[in-house]
Design a protein around this ligand. Sequence first.
Ligand SMILES: *Cc1c(COP(=O)(O)O)cnc(C)c1O
Length: 387
Amino acid sequence: MKQSLTEQYEASFRDWLGVRAAFAFFKGRVALYAALRGLGIGEGDEVIVSGYTCVMAVNPIMYLKARPVYVDIDPNTYNVTPDLVKTCITERTKAIIVQHTYGIPVPVDAIREIADGCGAALLEDCCLAVGSRWKGQIVGTFGVASYFSSQWNKPFTTGLGGVLAVNDDGLAGRVQDLCESHLVQPTLRENALLALQLAIHKAFIYPSTTAMSQEMFRMLGRTGIIVGSSTPGEFMPEMEEGFFKAMSGPSLRTGLKKLQHLKANQVHRKRLTKVYDEALRDRGFEPLQVHHDADPILVRYPVRVNDKNRALREASNKRVELGSWFECPLHPKETNLGLYGYSEGECPHSERASDEVVNLPLHPRVSDRTVRRTVEFIAPFLKASDS
Ligand SMILES: *Cc1c(COP(=O)(O)O)cnc(C)c1O
């Protein structure tokens, strides 16, 4: 029997990661929603989540009327730690979502023990971590499920797209049922526009023009001419009609190709990470430090600067590609934190990182020359290691 495009992509992803099942969705956030629904998360339940994240990773918790509990980060890894997670456990904790920020792996085995100890489900947010390893094991295989995003800025892009990887047959069956009964298809217009955007992306986006084209994409997204990564309604904690949507055909086709070239993408990222390390060391700055059990494949290279706003402004003027996420504990800055139950000062290390961290590009179009140029640009802004 001939497999559909969706089945082919899901099977390729499942086999690449080495899990029981994989489900493709319109976006990563939809995959998280499917996981939480499949786990039966609902009103009154608590879900532990990093306090240094994107609001789109919190919305599915809110949609189900559960309560997000924010954990602060370790300032060196930008990740939650087992000790910090432990302090947030209550008898209402139903799930712990571990986010491998920038591709840096969390000590996820220790957090799995905590989850097992209190009967909570462990989920991994791998939206920024494709292929990173902790103690030799690939992230996304530690929890009962993990989710991935292949949106524009992610480790590999399919325009928009998300995958839920599931390691438990019971959960896989419930997600399958949910998809069969509730998943809606993208519209013809969404499919056509995504195909167009993917073609434009392939042809035009290079590091020197990325800031410009991203701004253009964002503007067009607001006007509804293109399929933006978020609709205006997605900045609110209530689910919009049509949220639970399947991955589009053009994205699936792109994803099947990208999965075949994942290895080259990862080798490239690891090599350029070393080039960044060296270039920073040459200028007297400490490169990114990771735990000796961690083998990261970074999505972007994070550094701390003294004046983030000025750095971003000048980068834009000089056409240097600089990323600014996360800009607040629940990125973007416009998020109404109160609506999400986050109180100011709750995660001080996250708030400080939001003010200080910018990230440097590592995607397939970055060359050694881009790295040197980027480091040359950013060096005068960098914070000294000991401050
Ligand atoms: C991008 C991202 C998401 C959401 O992915 P979408 O495909 O945009 O829904 C979730 N978590 C993290 C850490 C992300 O960076």
